[in-house]
Design a protein around this ligand. Structure first.
Ligand SMILES: *Cc1c(COP(=O)(O)O)cnc(C)c1O
Length: 372
């Protein structure tokens, strides 16, 4: 960290906004920001072309983009994104949680979508710059954070569909976010989707690719029609093996007390490799809860819940951290996990992870990176 704005041979052009919100306007917006609807005063943009590589890096006022209607991303959906948070620590620092993992995943997504990789130091520098210039937008309220949304779109103009774009635009925007559960952590109900699939072998499920979300909305709407909060995705060929919940990874808790252990579906190529998932896999054993990657079928989920072997289920991801799952419904009926409430293993893991993120617990894994 320094005020030097040269990274990977690129010097960022710093053009602070001339239309910053006043402290009063900002305070009003930070009062209850919700999720993903309030944005800070600035954004970072970096352009790419085959001839120049990454170039034209700048911090500038948050503003609408001007795009030719024939811009390729609008037609062929070359678009990837990331999601991570910045937290205000009690010592005054602003930190991110494992941002290097997001930088690495961004590049894996880029490779899958035939897009250029962004040097990791540019990804991290863009975050440092927006946090420096929008420092007053990092919430200090308990449980609140600054949600960071890096993304990349293709920008070639033309409808030729045979080749990937040769030009791209990377953008970072930031959005203050309230705690996901303002009224305490409450379990969600899930619908096991047999009509739709999120990802198939060889497809794009492993990439944080915008089109995966476009393809999921119909299934999510069906889950809501069936009286559930979230859709659970099953494997594409047998509709039998559990993969993910909406935009979060799933964990199954077997046994209880000292005998509790957790299992999460293995990364088969159709699951999104969550940073939170990876963190739980490493954190749980340190807390005395063995963790494994494996597979679980819908039948096993149902029977283990009925026998009591399966005691808790939770979903995890950056936005909501850890969310208990209370009720499961499918075309073949429904069942409850445990007593339908948030279980002790779920809540212990949640408190530990949130504690590390907010600087209230030690960080034995070196997951916290000061950004300012
Ligand atoms: C982003 C995402 C996750 C969670 O990943 P985190 O890195 O933990 O936020 C899980 N599933 C899908 C489909 C996602 O897009």
């Amino acid at each position: 960290m320094s005020n030097d704005t040269t990274t990977s041979g690129l010097t960022f052009d710093i053009q602070p906004s001339s239309a910053r919100r006043t402290p009063q306007e900002r305070a009003a917006l930070l009062e209850s920001p919700g999720f993903g609807s309030v944005f800070t005063d600035h954004m970072v943009t970096i352009r790419y072309s085959e001839e120049k590589g990454w170039h034209d890096a700048r911090l500038e006022a948050y503003a609408p983009l001007s795009l030719d209607p024939a811009t390729s991303s609008l037609h062929y959906a070359q678009e990837i994104f990331e999601g991570l948070k910045a937290y205000h620590h009690p010592d005054g620092r602003v930190v991110c949680f494992r941002p290097e993992a997001n930088a690495a995943r961004f590049n894996r997504s880029a490779v899958r979508m035939a897009m250029p990789e962004l040097p990791e130091d540019l990804f991290l520098k863009s975050i440092e710059l927006i946090i420096e210039h929008d420092a007053d937008w990092v919430p200090t309220k308990e449980g609140h954070s600054l949600y960071l949304r890096p993304f990349m779109i293709s920008t070639d103009i033309g409808l030729g569909v045979n080749n990937p774009s040769r030009t791209y635009l990377y953008i970072l925007i930031a959005s203050p976010a309230a705690s996901y559960f303002s009224g305490g952590v409450s379990p969600v109900s899930v619908w096991l989707s047999e009509d739709y699939t999120r990802a198939a072998p060889g497809g794009t499920g492993e990439a944080k690719f915008a089109g995966n979300y476009a393809a999921s909305f119909r299934a999510q709407a069906q889950a809501v029609e069936k009286g559930c909060d979230q859709v659970v995705w099953l494997d594409a060929s047998e509709h039998r093996w559990v993969e993910e919940m909406g935009g979060m990874n799933l964990f199954f808790v077997f046994g209880s007390g000292d005998d509790a252990r957790v299992l999460t579906p293995a990364l088969t190529g159709t699951l999104l490799p969550g940073v939170t998932r990876d963190s739980v896999l490493r954190l749980a054993p340190e807390m005395g809860v063995p963790a494994e990657e494996g597979r679980i079928s819908v039948e096993e989920w149902r029977s283990a819940a009925a026998s009591g072997d399966l005691t808790e289920v939770f979903a995890c991801g950056t936005a909501a951290v850890i969310t208990p799952v209370g009720r499961v419904a499918s075309p073949h009926g429904e069942f409850v996990i445990g007593d339908g409430k948030a279980g002790p293993v779920t809540m212990r893991l949640r408190e530990e992870l949130v504690g590390i993120q907010y600087g209230e617990r030690p960080d034995p894994f070196g997951w916290i990176r000061p950004m300012r």
